[in-house]
Structure formats: C-alpha cells, structure tokens
Design a protein around this ligand. Sequence first.
Ligand code: TXA
Ligand code: MG
Length: 352
Amino acid sequence: MKYIDFKNIDINDENFNNQDLKIAGNIIKSGGLVLFPTETVYGLGANGLDSSAVKKIYLAKGRSSDNPLILHISDMDMLNEIATNISTIEHKLINAFWPGPFTLILTRTSIVPDIVTAGLDTVGIRMPSNKIANKLISYAGVPIAAPSANISGKPSGTNISDIFYELSNNVDCIIDGGSSEVGLESTVVRVIDGIPTILRPGKVTPEEIRKITKSVKIDEHIFSKFSSNEKVLSPGMKYRHYAPNSKCVLVYSENNSLLVNKILELSNKYNNPLILATTENISSYTDKNLLTINIGHKDNLNEIAKNIFTSLRQVDKLNPDIVFIEGVKQEGLGLAIMNRLIRACEYNYISI
Ligand code: TXA
Ligand code: MG
C-alpha cells in the first residue's frame, strides 16, 4: 500500500512535485482503490468506468448494492462523456456550484456501468474543488467513483487517522490531505419538473440554490424515516447512518438555558452519560462532573460541521451508556448538520 503525505504540502506552490499524484492516478486507472481527500469528506475512489474496480468499493465498505455512487470529474469534457440531456437549469446550477460541494443527479450515458448507478438511469456527478482531488482525477483520466470513506453505517471520514484501521487493509493507496475543509458530504440535488430538489442537504444551502434558480424544494425524507414500501429518490437516505455504538439522543431548543437544563435532567438518570456540547455550554456540564466533547461555537456552523463526524467517532472510544447531543437551528448549513445528527441518533430527537 502506498502512503502519500500531503498534510503540510502547498499544492498551489509551483515547485510542487506531482510525481506521487501521477502514481496514484495510475493506480486508479489500472483498477486499484485510492483513499483521497476532497473538500467535503474523504472519498474511497476507483475507476468509475471499470465495473470490477467499482465492485471493490462496495466490498471494502460493506455497502448495499442498491445504493449508487457519485462520479467525480475534473473538467467539463468528462461531464459530457457520462451525462446527457442536460437542461438549462442544470447548466445554471453547474456554473454556480462547480467545482465545489454540490452533486447533481443527471441522465447517464451508456458508458457508465450499472454497478455505479445501482441500475438507475441517472448518475450523481460532482466536480470537487479540492486541488489534490482535482489533480488525481485528471491524472487518472477517468471519472472517479467515490463514496464517503467509511464502513457503511459509520460516520464519514474527515481525517486519515479516524479511518485508517477501518479501510487501510483494503486500499492500494492513501493520500493524506489533513482535515476536510467542510466536514459534511456534498448537497445532492435532482431537478424534478424544472425545480431543483435537495435529496441530501450539505454545504450548499437551499437559500444559495434559490438565488440561482428562483425555486428550490427539500425532499420530505430529509428528516423522516422511510417506510419499507416507499419509492426512494436517493437510496442512501434510507440506511442507518453515522451512528456510534452507544445510544444517542439529539436535543434542541431555541432557548439555550432550557436546552442545557433538559440535558442535565436527562443525564441524571444515567451512570456514564456523554454530552456533545457547544463551546458556550461546556462548563454547565463539566461543573456537574459530566463527560463532554466540544463540537464548536454555537454561532459558527462551519466549525460545527467540520467537527461533527470526528466527534461522533470519538464517542465510540469513550464508550458511554448514553450520549446527548446539542442540536442547532435547522437553517442554512444547520439543515445538513441536523440531518446527519438525526440519523446518528436513529431519530431519537427531543425538541422543546
Ligand atoms: O461529498 C460527497 O458527496 C462525498 C465525497 C467523497 O465526494 N461522497 C459521498 O458519497 O458522500 P456517498 O456514496 O457516501 O453518498 C452519495 C449519496 C447517497 O445517498 C446515494 O444514495 C446518492 O448520493 N446518490 C448517488 N447516485 C444517485 C442517483 N443516481 N440518484 C439518487 N441518489 C443518488
Ligand atoms: Mg456516505
């Protein structure tokens, strides 16, 4: 296994040596698996046009074969190879949000293997802004199929040390690019009857989309469970996700002291509770000798987004008997944060 350490390297520097990335690109092209950084979360990548390479992704993750993958591209020529019938509104979204944390579901062409799309006639496509990801894709010369780097059901990987033991045995190359800038996966959008519909909320918010297209819808399943016979627009949303081993409960109130008091009251009933709390509230819990993890400042949703998956992973190391998580307002980036937290808590949500 090849390990490439780019943690402290400035890839915008003109003296930057691309040799290692060329090797990683060749590993992709010839059917290997590469763990690589993107601006959202780490990806577990393979040649998106090679069915047997893509199959290795499903095996390494233990991912269900009915859950399609996103293809990552580095330029618009690649887009036209894999997608067709792109409408004016879809072009507007592409121009506004690529490269960046935005995935668009488009009609696929016949070169996209069935295994990538789980048999659907659409394919999810994203052009990452992370420079390492972009160069890797262009050296590979093919779209890279990549889900988030984690065993299915676990929180997505946002730094190499969180996922090393879980995935390193099954990959041919690891590119360490430090901590992910955004920390949450991309916004997934499909244009339905001319209206951009958010299937998975992310860094690109509904408000930002509405500015470009005048209209936006949020799929009703973002905060609800699926019943078993429902038709699912984004298969990934129906699975258990992001959940630590311990039972987690999400608690939210617009009134901060109500929120803290509720968590203190609930914690009292347990021997070894753990609280994922905002910086401002930490001392209210530590004063009572409760165990905490700091998820970031209340009014800095970018900081909370960046910390959330790595905090959920720390939970398993502490092995508490229950976890209470402070929620945030479901607005802007808060929509994506709460979507991931509600799933991590398997819909145990108290709103007061
Ligand atoms: O930020 C991201 O999107 C990261 C990085 C690595 O790019 N990738 C990622 O991939 O989160 P993954 O596989 O963990 O999540 C992809 C989501 C899943 O919920 C999947 O069901 C949905 O996108 N998806 C993929 N193709 C789709 C399609 N054709 N139609 C509907 N949903 C699709
Ligand atoms: Mg994922």
